[in-house]
Design a protein around this ligand. Structure first.
Ligand SMILES: [Zn+2]
Length: 365
């Protein structure tokens, strides 16, 4: 009797520990993904084929998913565990997303494959707000490109907060406004765009002080958790599931923040990529060069010192599409806020980002 009680207690402790470990592990949401251990003679091609995955379709996803564990020239390391990309049939959120999109038009992706994206067409997207809802597709420059745009924070988390002329300014609102402007710019050029952080009633706001709210959701309509690890996992999972839908397309994940860690009065825009992602680095460098050229053109003599750096960030490391993480400014710098509260400046940043992404797309065509 006594000893069986202890046995039950130990067993309960074991279960609780197992649950705790799985919750604390940043990879727990991938627990369903299949994993394999590389043996002598294994290569990406062979492993994909042996597991019923077409190498032509899944090689890029495999590399992005395992980029921290892959050797030179994409060789596999013997004895190392690798995650297999989910086969298309396993992606279930896709159909749920489409259903929601069909019934709640304001939450639909801002562009989809089925939308008539031919140049000259005008489509209405309420997510941009009444003034900007009508989007005329002006060119096919980005036809075939798919973008996942994620503004940082949102929902219960306002991100960095600053104070300007007696107004509280929150990072998530300013990041969202620039991201929304960027989404529209990309769509005008024929791209397919997914807003990963969505606020169904903010729209693009041509005012200085953006009222903070907490009603943002994650695509297609998921409540945003307060816990920051869970929030990042939710976003990465959303992007990775959509990735499966566009496997053969050029895809980019763009994350926009306004809480740069730069010291002093440095008010430049910084670009980050994952250390293992060559494509991410190339895209980040293209964007940085574009900003350099734009500043020289529009504000000669100002000098631009924004950099491209690799950084260990969960969203970059775990997302299938190559990603760039952008820091626009710091909410605690008065000069930064002064620049960002001007709607035209937010539009200019979005315009320059779109121009840079067009170059990035053409470079990879
Ligand atoms: Zn942030």
């Amino acid at each position: 009797m006594h000893s069986s009680n202890i046995h039950i207690k130990i067993f309960t402790l074991f279960i609780l520990t197992a649950i705790l470990i799985s919750i604390l592990s940043p990879n727990f949401l991938f627990a369903q993904s299949r994993e394999i251990v590389a043996k002598n003679g294994d290569g990406i091609h062979k492993i994909l084929r042996n597991n019923g995955l077409d190498p032509a379709k899944y090689t890029n996803a495999f590399i992005e998913l395992n980029k921290t564990r892959i050797g030179k020239d994409n060789t596999l390391l013997i004895g190392v565990k690798y995650r297999l990309p989910d086969a298309e049939s396993k992606i279930t959120v896709q159909s749920v997303g489409e259903e929601l999109a069909a019934t709640t038009p304001t939450l639909s992706p801002t562009g989809t494959k089925t939308a008539p994206l031919a140049a000259g067409k005008t489509m209405r997207y309420d997510i941009f707000g009444s003034k900007y809802a009508n989007v005329e597709i002006k060119s096919n420059e980005l036809k075939g490109a798919v973008y996942y745009l994620k503004s940082g924070h949102g929902g219960p988390d306002p991100g960095a907060m600053g104070n300007y002329q007696g107004n509280v300014v929150c990072e998530d609102e300013y990041a969202y406004d620039v991201t929304l402007r960027l989404a529209r710019n990309l769509m005008v050029r024929g791209a397919t765009v997914y807003m990963i952080t969505i606020d169904k009633n903010d729209g693009i706001r041509d005012v200085s002080f953006l009222k903070a709210d907490k009603d943002e959701v994650c695509y297609p309509n998921l409540p945003i958790p307060l816990n920051h690890v869970k929030r990042l996992q939710q976003r990465v999972n959303t992007v990775n599931k959509l990735y499966g839908k566009h496997k053969k397309s050029f895809q980019r994940f763009i994350s926009i923040h306004v809480d740069s860690r730069s010291k002093g009065e440095n008010i430049d825009i910084f670009f980050y990529h994952d250390a293992k992602s060559k494509t991410g680095k190339k895209a980040a460098t293209t964007l940085q060069k574009t900003f350099h050229a734009k500043y020289n053109e529009h504000q000669p003599g100002r000098g631009y010192h924004g950099t491209v750096t690799s950084r260990n960030l969960y969203v970059l490391k775990n997302s299938y599409p190559a990603g760039v993480y952008i820091e626009l400014a710091n909410m605690n710098h008065q000069r930064d806020i002064k620049r960002l509260i001007i709607p035209d400046n937010r539009q200019a940043v979005a315009n320059w980002l779109a121009d840079g992404l067009v170059i990035d797309f053409k470079n990879n065509k």
